[in-house]
Structures are given as C-alpha cells and as structure tokens.
Design a protein around this ligand. Structure first.
Ligand code: XBP
Ligand code: MG
Length: 264
C-alpha cells in the first residue's frame, strides 16, 4: 500500500477522533450550518429596492463582497466602491441593514432553509456524548434565531453553552474576537476545542484564537485558501454519523423526538 492510499484511509479516522474527543464543538453559522449566503444576498437586494436604491448584488458581486465580513460593513464597502463614491452616514447604514435583517427573517420563514447534511446528527450525537456546543458567527443575533428555530428546533438555544454574534464583540472575523469570547464563556482551552468553519476569514479567526479548525466547504467559499485547517471536507455526513457510545435507548428516543432528521 502506498503512502497516499494509507493517508486517505487514515484521515477520516483521525478526524473522527478529533471530533469525538473535543471538549467543545464551536460552529460558524452562515455557510457552515446552512447555505444561507444566497438568502442574505436576496435580503440585501430586497432592502435596496425598498430603500429606493438602484443597487443590485448579483452572485459574482456578492462573492467579492463577502471578503468584507458583516452586513453593515459590506454595505459601507460597496458604497465606497461606487463611482462617484457614495458616503453613507451610520444612521443610514443601520436603517438599511435593519431592513435587510427583516427581509432575511421573512425569506428564511418563507423558504425554510435546511441545515446542511450531517449537521443535525453531529449536533445530536455530540450532545449525547456530553460535548459542549457553541456558536461563533459574524451574523446578526436575530438571524441565528430565525434560522435555527425553524431548521433545528424551537428550543435550539438550550443546546448551546455559548452563542456569540458579530455585534457582541468589537471586531468581526477574521479577527479572533468571537472565538475568544466563546472560549471565555465555555471556560475551555482553545486547543481542547474544535471549530467548524466554511470560509478563509472564519478559519483565520478561529486559528488566531488558537482553535483547531475543520472546514465544511460551502457554495460561496469553495475556492478560498484553507491553509492551516485541520481538514477540508465537502459535507459532514460521515462525521455526523459517529455513534455516541453509552447513549441509552431512552435518550436516543428523546433526541429523535426533539430533532426529526430533516436533512440527514
Ligand atoms: C457571515 C457573514 C455575515 C452575513 C450577513 O460570516 O459575513 O455578514 O453574510 O450577516 P460568517 P449580517 O459565516 O463567517 O460568520 O448582515 O447580519 O451582518
Ligand atoms: Mg461562514
């Protein structure tokens, strides 16, 4: 057996071990838990129409704009890139972003954005193993609730020990702030946790906080540079299925009841 074949055979096992042995799994939201960026893009465009702006972000434009993390920051970056340059006051940006957030909630409710394959099982099995779960995201707090209360469970918050969103910290990704805040709330060492991300900016943020990171590649960031990641996978199906040792039958039944597998 050559070295390449051997490494392919060994990789999933080692990764499985890293997932199972982590003290906490820290999830990014957009792109990692669900393919939400297309919905964000539509919500921005709906807000622009409503505000009487002739801006339209098509797929390619949005892909470039995603280099700037955070919706308000993205709006400012786009305005600055116009010719002639558009200067927006903070209050105008905030109002425009509030419209966008309302549209995002409406679109998520109307279209029921699903969790990505393997996510529901991974969460369920991690909880059954007694692992802590956390969220470290750039997005607005209400967006997490809009998404997870439908895609995961109405009581999704009770599953996560820490939930930190973009506006909870000073600097957004690629700065490590959201991850550092999560670690402080979890009271865990960075090296004992595992972050699950989908973008280079997210990866930089997690690594800067010292957290080993698994990349769950998503639609918009497929071609990002993921140097430094523990591993890069296209979905988490195989890892979601790692059995939870010692889970009793009753507990399994409770999980089945709370989380009917909508995607796995
Ligand atoms: C997600 C983002 C967010 C959303 C928009 O990054 O960059 O800005 O696109 O959210 P990550 P808001 O997945 O790395 O957390 O408009 O609410 O800011
Ligand atoms: Mg992301």
């Amino acid at each position: 057996m050559n070295v390449e074949t051997l490494s392919v055979l060994l990789r999933p096992r080692r990764l499985e071990d890293r997932i199972v042995q982590a003290a906490a799994l820290v999830f990014d939201v957009d792109g990692t838990l669900a393919e939400t960026e297309g919905i964000h893009r539509r919500a921005f465009n709906a807000a622009f129409i409503e505000a009487g702006l002739d801006w339209y972000w098509d797929y390619r434009t949005y892909k470039k704009l995603l280099r700037t993390t955070g919706g308000k920051e993205r709006i400012r970056a786009f305005a600055r890139s116009r010719f002639p340059r558009v200067c927006l006051s903070d209050s105008v940006v905030i109002a425009l972003h509030q419209r966008k957030t309302r549209h995002y909630g409406r679109l998520i409710a109307q279209h029921t954005c699903r969790l990505r394959p393997g996510i529901a099982s991974l969460i369920r099995n991690a909880r059954a193993r007694g692992q802590a779960l956390a969220i470290a995201t750039t997005t607005t707090s209400s967006n997490i609730d809009d998404l997870l209360s439908v895609a995961l469970d109405q009581n999704w918050r009770s599953l996560f020990t820490a939930v930190v969103a973009g506006d909870d910290v000073e600097r957004k990704k690629p700065a490590p702030d959201v991850y550092l805040e999560v670690l402080a709330r979890l009271k865990q060492r960075a090296s004992d946790c595992l972050a699950i991300e989908d973008s280079a900016n997210g990866l930089k943020a997690a690594i800067a906080a010292g957290i080993p990171t698994l990349i769950n590649r998503s639609e918009y960031f497929r071609d990002d540079d993921f140097s430094g990641a523990l591993a890069v996978v296209d979905d988490l199906t195989e890892f979601g299925l790692i059995p939870a040792a010692g889970v009793n039958h009753l507990e399994e039944m409770r999980f089945e009841k709370v989380w009917p597998d909508r995607n796995d």
